[in-house]
Design a protein around this ligand. Sequence first.
Ligand SMILES: Nc1ncnc2c1ncn2[C@@H]1O[C@H](COP(=O)(O)OP(=O)(O)OP(=O)(O)O)[C@@H](O)[C@H]1O
Length: 350
Amino acid sequence: MPAATGSIIRFEGASKVFPGRGKGAEVRAVDEVTLDIRTGEIFGVIGQSGAGKSTLVRLINALERTTGGDVVVDGLSLGSLSEARLRPVRAGIGMVFQQFNLLASRTVSGNVAYPLEVAGWPRAKRDARVAELLDFVGLADKAGVYPSTLSGGQKQRVGIARALATNPRILLADEATSALDPETTRDVLDLLQRVNRELGITVVVITHEMDVVRSICHRVAVMERGRVVEVGEAYQVFSSPRHDTTRRFVALALRDRPSPEVLARLRTRHSGHIVTVGVDEVAGSSAVLTRTLREHGVDGTVVYGGITEVAERPYGSLTVELVGDGGSVEAAVAALRALTWVDDHGRADA
Ligand SMILES: Nc1ncnc2c1ncn2[C@@H]1O[C@H](COP(=O)(O)OP(=O)(O)OP(=O)(O)O)[C@@H](O)[C@H]1O
């Protein structure tokens, strides 16, 4: 993880209230959010549709202005800045969108060059920068083609190259992978990770998929109805979610724990004592599990589960059928409990 030092973006009781449409009530899209995003990190904002994620992120580049509180970017309080003084702040922030927003009438190079033209870069400098960016995103051979001929993943790479053109310190990615298939999503997430690591750019990722957070985010905020209901290190939030909304997102991303239906099927196939055991960096690995069972003379058969990576650290659970004599299974379960969390499903006939 890059060294995350001071905060580059700070929400200070920031609110955005939209007037009601027609006779409808006003919408508190962002409701008194206080939050720090640190220099050099990949920060995720997750929440269901309508939670206020897009609005929160649009407050960072002042595409939306706060109606209460403030947002401080690089030490500048946006609430007090005029439109003219916001311009250089916006130039230091790149943005990529779910629908790519490429100009169909321009080639790939033309799209990437666009913000440089707007910023008044001379032709030769512009061409060199575009070549460098296309090389970085792996599209040097597509410079002269039009966006309509590109795949979704390639379009998003162009979007990222364009967003990086003017050397921003911050990149905002609003559901950047939501229109992509899983394999292409992985490629684009890898690219965002390189943007962060190799260029030192702070990346803010908005998503409704915890899998995106699991793959690349260092820290995450969970939003619900305009509020941040949980914030922390991605690993911490995955391993001990405190809010119900967070728990639902985590369960969807990991899919490692057996549902009641799966458990019922497991019982028809396995008559022994079934437990689900947490596997994480602190509590050790599946090797610790195996050793503990061996020490108690208990046989363990993995019947369900999965171990994945959260923020590049191991995390998951294994559901195991335990078979042993006398009280050995109970003793083994007690020993496991001392190491990690254990969900004891018992025996089918218990
Ligand atoms: N310009 C606007 N005028 C009125 N209401 C708005 C406006 N923009 C957003 N909203 C409302 O603010 C709330 C939050 O919207 P926002 O788009 O920020 O949520 P989101 O979490 O990004 O959801 P999604 O993923 O569906 O975009 C929603 O109820 C939305 O209808």
